[in-house]
Design a protein around this ligand. Structure first.
Ligand code: ATP
Ligand code: MG
Length: 400
């Protein structure tokens, strides 16, 4: 790949010409000086005979000559060519920037900042190029080359990180899939032994373990497929308008089933007016269900509340519980795939550590976000927040 420096340096200097100021050799010195006095930006003028450049007059050198003692008297009425520099740097317009810079820097120190005369390949006058312009061009080229290199190395690092995360993901997937598969094989073996003994009770018990292992396996596979679909950008979003409260009540009902016999109440709290939202109902249901099933899993007693609220420009659904809570230092790991907190209590619960990663991705897919607040040992609250432009308050329930 060509670097920016190489690219910028192959610019022909003809493209950088800064002025085409010229005078004929016979023009008298005083009148050239006047041109410099009247146009303050003029740094140099080429002396051109016919179309051929024959010399260069720079502001600094002309003024230096004139303001010396008797300068005006001695030189003022002479033709400009008598005091012009007749050996300036002449460069063809198709010369490369880097070559010209080298040539410019090779000049004696007193000439190093003098303008350069650019000619056509045939030697006719084309214009003047200031050294300042050369320097600017060169530093731009350097800067963009450095930026390009930095961007390339950041990209390389990012790719390496992604590939590391992917292989970690694959290793975890394999591990997670192997456990239930091993369980199913083991149970099948036990089942065969029970069948040989004709023990109906044992057969029933092992079959029900097998079903629950296989169900767990299916859940893991569904989660992994979901996550891969989201990551590949293949998860589609289908928005429609619907009432949020009935959805939350249904989720609360499922959560009660998950809580089972534990002394945990499940409540829904919402504004009295109906709240309608236009978003993907399946995705929203999946997100809140994941949060509520976590709450059911990690709460031994107390209460799980699903709260619907309008907060400024957003609609918020909060699932709070009075469960085991999460330590401050573990909070930022939560939304990473396969991250289950290393804790004896968590380890007691089944799961792949994919639920929150999926929920976060889904929330972002529908334009929202998820945040968490927790007090270790006391409880946790996860909040899904969606932008308010999707919301209508006080409308009729839409039953479509
Ligand atoms: N309400 C909660 N209270 C306490 N800890 C929680 C809560 N929700 C999540 N966690 C912690 O975050 C971890 C990740 O949750 P996540 O939903 O991603 O995975 P999981 O529930 O373990 O498995 P999965 O959802 O894939 O079945 C959990 O294992 C648990 O350690
Ligand atoms: Mg979960």
């Amino acid at each position: 790949m060509q670097t920016a420096t190489a690219f910028e340096n192959v610019i022909p200097v003809g493209k950088l010409i800064t002025s085409d100021g010229r005078v004929a050799p016979q023009v008298i010195v005083n009148s050239v000086a006047e041109q410099f006095f009247t146009s303050i930006d003029l740094d140099a003028i080429a002396v051109v005979e016919g179309k051929e450049p024959v010399g260069l007059v720079t502001r600094t050198k002309l003024l230096f000559t004139l303001f010396r003692r008797f300068g005006f008297e001695l030189y003022g009425k002479h033709p400009i060519i008598t005091i012009a520099d007749t050996t300036p740097l002449f460069v063809s317009e198709d010369e490369r920037l880097d070559v010209v810079i080298d040539k410019a820097l090779e000049r004696p120190p007193q000439d190093i900042y003098d303008e350069i005369i650019i000619t056509c390949p045939k030697g006719l006058f084309r214009g003047l190029l200031s050294v300042k312009q050369l320097v600017i061009q060169q530093s731009n080229a350097l800067a963009s080359s450095i930026l390009q290199k930095e961007a390339a190395s950041a990209r390389a690092q990012e790719l390496e990180k992604i590939s590391r995360v992917k292989s970690q993901f694959l290793a975890n997937v394999t591990h997670e899939l192997r456990s239930p598969v091993n369980a199913i094989i083991g149970l099948a073996e036990l089942l065969r032994m029970a069948a040989e003994k004709d023990s109906i009770e044992e057969i029933k018990e092992r079959l029900s373990f097998m079903i629950s292992s296989a169900t767990n396996l299916r859940a893991i596979i569904t989660n992994i497929l979901d996550l891969s679909k989201i990551e590949a950008g293949k998860m589609e979003v289908t928005s429609r308008k619907f009432a949020v409260l009935p959805l939350l009540s249904e989720i609360a009902e499922t959560t009660r089933i998950l809580v089972g016999h534990k002394p945990v109440a499940v409540e829904v709290s919402a504004p009295s007016l109906p709240v309608m939202i236009a978003t993907d109902p399946i995705k929203l249901r999946q997100i809140v269900t994941n949060l509520a099933s976590n709450a059911a899993k990690f709460t031994e007693s107390g209460k799980i509340t699903i709260t619907l609220a309008i907060a400024g420009s957003r609609m918020e659904i909060t699932v709070s519980d009075t469960g085991i809570g999460i330590k401050e230092e573990d909070l930022d790991k939560l939304f990473t795939a396969f991250s289950q907190i290393e804790d004896v209590k968590t380890k007691l619960h089944q799961g792949t550590g994919l639920g929150l990663a999926i929920s976060k991705n889904l929330a972002e897919l529908i334009g929202g976000s998820i945040s968490v607040a927790s007090a270790f040992g006391k409880g946790t609250a996860f909040t899904v927040s969606l932008p308010i432009q999707n919301i209508e308050r006080g409308g009729l329930y839409d039953t479509e």
